[in-house]
Write a protein that binds this ligand. Structure first.
Ligand SMILES: [Zn+2]
Ligand SMILES: [Zn+2]
Length: 255
């Protein structure tokens, strides 16, 4: 486990966990216990919501702390020349390339991350929300995390709307200040859930597209930036997956 020292990533992590704790607080205190305290639905929703929250936290921690697939750096070399001399006879693979930034040989589809300062196998992108790269080894945890955020966002919005719609005779006994606080907290929670939900649905769509087409987000970006002729040729032959994949490798190497 290695935490990346990136201020933006650290801020996003803190923001994520503050949002999780706040959502749990509002759902339990101002949504469930406020309107369903005499019903068996209250323990049901609290247990179900916190189970999803626990799964979300575990998937986030695994995406954040696990190795995304960093290419190991040989310890026996000090300079780029030494590395080339030592590793070239051993590697003998034409499709492997030398990274001039972290000075290591990397397999096809590996890319250098400027924030992690390492090459990562099948790197998709660097995500500040997990303060880590999304790569070959941790993409499944990242997708799990996105999927759970979608479920929790929808579940939270449904719970809040249910609490608004539900007739709660005890609410009439609360004073105005209490009701105002409940409205403020639930509106903030709806905004938080909608913001995270819409943001994550867009990322999840990109991730599913990347998995389905076997092209990482980075490779798709490179493809879009390539010249129009190249793009036309690529799109005209992309029906054949093997050719498509080899073309995408060409695209990456040409960067
Ligand atoms: Zn590198
Ligand atoms: Zn990275």
């Amino acid at each position: 486990m290695k935490l990346i020292n990136d201020p933006c990533g650290v801020f996003c992590i803190v923001f994520t966990y503050v949002s999780i704790v706040y959502a749990d607080y509002v759902v339990i205190k101002w949504v469930v216990l406020h309107t369903m305290q005499d019903s068996l639905w209250a323990p049901f929703h609290i247990v179900l919501f916190n189970t999803f929250l626990l799964l979300l936290t575990v998937s986030h921690l695994r995406a954040m702390c696990s190795d995304p697939g960093t290419v190991p750096i040989p310890h026996s070399t000090d300079t780029l020349c030494d590395l080339r001399q030592v590793n070239e006879p051993l590697v003998k693979r034409e499709d492997w390339t030398l990274c001039t930034r972290c000075e290591t040989y990397r397999p096809p589809r590996a890319h250098h991350c400027r924030i992690c300062k390492r090459c990562v196998r099948r790197m998709d992108h660097h995500c500040p929300w997990i303060n880590n790269c999304v790569g070959e080894k941790n993409q499944k945890y990242f997708v799990q995390f996105l999927f759970l955020v979608c479920i929790l966002s929808a579940y939270t919005i449904i719970l809040v709307i249910m609490s608004w719609v539900r007739e709660c005779h005890k609410c009439k006994l609360y004073d105005m200040e209490m009701r105002e606080r409940q409205v403020i907290h639930t509106v903030l929670l709806i905004m938080e859930s909608a913001m995270f939900g819409m943001f994550v649905v867009a990322i999840l769509y990109d991730q599913m597209d990347a998995i389905y087409t076997d092209q990482t987000t980075l490779e798709q970006t490179v493809y879009k930036r390539s010249n129009p002729l190249h793009r036309y040729i690529f799109s005209s032959i992309c029906r054949w997956p093997k050719i498509s994949r080899s073309m995408s490798k060409l695209n990456i190497r040409s960067v």
